[in-house]
Design a binder for this molecule. Structure first.
Ligand SMILES: Nc1nc2c(c(=O)[nH]1)N[C@H]1C(S)=C(S)[C@@H](COP(=O)(O)O)O[C@H]1N2
Ligand SMILES: [Mo]
Length: 381
């Protein structure tokens, strides 16, 4: 055995950078990043695909809620990338462990770590590419990213449980060292940890401005700048990409179905009381930008249609194909005085790419549900 080891597995790892204390130091930051990413991801999932019992009850406040949680989701995922790479580098000598399997328990533990590493790499890679709207894979991003998140969190909880004694032993700076080396933090480990912290800081500062706009001018690595787009607001899907042609103002109609259905022309909509709100588009892909919207309150339109107070509402776009042409909202959003069918954005008529002539804008709502080119409101029973 020993002879085989030296012939096939030459690397010998010494020093503190590959020891349990370093793995614990980096691991707990990585664990925190994954925990934040998982919780904010669940929030995003339930805001977009609420189960029946929740669908009518989602809160429309705070106004900045989804912007904050989704900004945190993308930021914690990006911060986890350097942390995961550092952690893998710290523990990779374990790949050369000999014998590779010592017992059934040891084999199971190694399999669970393999699942954890694969799921972590998969989640961070697909999430990062999603922020760039690049989908170089044949499966549906949303479903698979969500399913693998559960796999990842399950494997992580198992990993922490299995490693709990080691984590506890190496949690503090004066943790028990190995025989050959004392474990207290010396310059080598401190330098590694400082470098990892610097990397996390660098990727965060250069991307977080895509949703945290005070830092927008530092977004060197973010796929989008919050100011770039018509009327000072980015566009996720243009009218052309959505297959929406020029909508003629004379021919446009808004239909409201409900106990007392009716239809409005664009001029009639413009003649209704107009309200102004300051609300962000908070895209699931990680950019957010506040804007000034002017339009008609959805609650006013619903009242006129005789909608019951707790009715849910479906918003249907004039777009004829594509996943985001229809959205639904519960009574909290539908009745919120800030929820508008907007006609104007930042002082100008909506541009075609922002949903001309009419789009939905509501507080605390994922960007994908802020339906553009609205042609119909349906009161659901
Ligand atoms: N009809 C329709 N509405 C839509 C979309 C769409 O593809 N079709 N995209 C949504 C997404 S993903 C976002 S982030 C916002 C972006 O709005 P903006 O382009 O006005 O910034 O619009 C939403 N509304
Ligand atoms: Mo979006």
């Amino acid at each position: 055995m020993e002879g085989m080891r030296s012939r096939f597995f030459p690397p010998v790892f010494k020093g503190r950078l590959h020891d349990a204390r370093t793995a614990t130091s980096i691991g707990r930051w990585l664990g925190l990043a994954f925990a934040v990413c998982f919780c904010t991801g669940l929030i995003s999932h339930f805001m977009q695909h609420p189960p029946g019992w929740l669908a009518g009850e989602l809160p429309s406040r705070p106004v900045w809620g989804y912007r904050f949680t989704q900004g945190l989701h993308v930021a914690s995922g990006i911060a986890a990338i350097p942390l995961l790479l550092a952690k893998l580098w710290t523990v990779y000598p374990r790949l050369f462990e000999w014998p590779p399997v010592r017992s059934v328990r040891h084999a199971l533990e190694r399999v669970s770590v393999a699942v954890l590493v694969a799921a972590a790499l998969f989640e961070l890679a697909t999430g990062l590419l999603n922020t760039a709207q690049w989908y170089p894979w044949p499966f549906s991003f949303v479903e698979v990213h969500y399913a693998v998140a559960w796999l990842l969190i399950g494997a992580l909880v198992l990993h922490i449980a299995v490693k709990a004694p080691e984590i506890a032993a190496h949690w503090s700076r004066r943790s028990a060292g190995t025989l050959s080396l004392p474990a207290e933090d010396a310059p080598d480990r401190r330098s590694l940890l400082a470098a990892v912290a610097a990397a996390v800081g660098a990727v965060t500062i250069t991307t977080v401005g895509q949703s945290f706009t005070p830092l927008k001018d530092l977004t060197l690595l973010a796929p989008r700048h919050p100011d770039h787009g018509p009327e000072g607001l980015p566009v996720n899907r243009t009218a052309a990409a959505a297959g929406v042609g020029l909508i003629h103002p004379e021919r446009y109609r808004l239909t409201i179905s409900g106990p007392r259905p009716y239809t409005l022309t664009l001029d009639e909509l413009r003649a209704l009381p107009q309200h102004e709100v300051e609300l962000p588009i908070a895209c699931v892909e990680g950019w957010s930008k506040s804007a000034h919207w002017t339009g008609v309150r959805v609650v006013d339109l619903l009242e006129r249609a005789g909608a019951p107070v707790h009715a849910r509402v479906r918003v249907v776009s004039l777009q004829t194909r594509g996943g985001y042409r229809v959205s639904e909202m519960g009574h909290e959003h539908a009745r919120d005085p800030l929820t508008l069918l907007a006609l104007r954005l930042n002082g100008e008529e909506l541009s075609p790419d922002h949903g001309y002539p009419v789009r939905l804008i509501a507080p605390n709502r994922p960007g994908v549900l802020q339906t553009k080119w609205v042609g119909r409101l349906e009161v659901l029973s």
